[in-house]
Design a protein around this ligand. Structure first.
Ligand code: G3H
Length: 267
């Protein structure tokens, strides 16, 4: 398949989940920017995205704008609705107004604790894109599915459902994050070959459903216990274009190291 990895800009996204208040958020983003500035980080070479809780976004926006930082930021979720009587929901328009570049949709914790189906994830991804943000569409199997050897078809079914109704041009600009649930927050990182197997299958499926150009453009991330120590090996894989990082993104040195993956040992 014609999908040279070099044509895609690596993306490192740090999903803070329900951690850090708005003051702590500002401190972390400042420290991250300083750490990367010390290394003369080229943000055009590796995109850096933080994904704070909703309550932190305005403070992060103020810092990023005020200090003209190249760090981008994203939301962890978005409503399927535009406005109205949906208590607790946050619309894509609100997030776009705050300057979010990306929106994570369909994270396994949303799928598990909030019963989000592929249909809901798909609706959220469409809302994000319509508002000018890039969805980071999460997919991935649980332990039982993995043990049954069904992880590839299971994940591809999620890809099909979550990407329904997008044009090939839209898919080319999307981000898909493969996160095997058994590797999230457990310390059980998938091997680089495990990550490559499913990320390659996702790209092949997109080639079938949306064409070669979409497959060549779409960025496929791996997520699940990524750390500075193991990112080097994961990023050698041809179909892994970056990482969606949880726990390690709360530590500046860890996440800074992950963003500098090409300086890290390949284990
Ligand atoms: O969104 C991030 C993933 O859930 C991975 O989390 P983790 O790096 O803590 O395993």
């Amino acid at each position: 398949m014609a999908s040279p990895k070099t044509a895609r800009t690596p993306l490192m996204a740090g999903n803070w989940k329900m951690n850090l208040n708005h003051q702590e958020a500002v401190v972390l983003v400042q420290k991250l920017a300083w750490t990367l500035a010390d290394k003369k980080h080229d943000y055009a070479k590796v995109e850096v995205v933080v994904v704070p809780p909703f309550t932190d976004l305005r403070s992060v926006q103020t810092l990023v704008d005020g200090d003209r930082l190249a760090v981008k930021y994203a939301a962890q979720d978005v409503s399927t609705q535009d406005s109205g009587a949906y208590t607790g929901e946050i619309s894509a328009g609100m997030l776009a107004k705050l300057g979010c570049s990306y929106v994570v949709v369909g994270h396994s914790e949303r799928r598990e604790y909030h019963a989000e189906t592929d249909e809901v994830v798909n609706a959220k991804a469409h809302k994000a894109l319509a508002a000018g943000m890039t969805p980071i569409v999460c997919v991935g199997e649980g332990l039982e599915v993995r043990q049954a050897g069904e992880h590839v078809p299971y994940t591809l079914a999620q890809v099909d459902g979550s990407l329904a109704g997008f044009t090939p041009e839209q898919v080319a600009d999307l981000v898909v994050a493969y996160e095997p649930v058994w590797a999230i927050g457990t310390g059980e990182v998938a091997t680089p070959d495990d990550a490559q197997e499913v990320c390659a299958a996702i790209r092949s499926r997109i080639a079938e459903t949306h064409g070669e150009a979409a497959a060549a453009g779409v960025r496929v991330l791996y997520g699940g216990s990524v750390k500075a120590a193991n990112v080097g090996g994961i990023m050698t894989k041809a179909d892994v274009d970056g990482c969606l990082v949880g726990g390690a993104s709360l530590q500046v040195d860890e996440f800074g190291g992950i963003c500098r993956f090409y300086d890290m040992p390949v284990l």
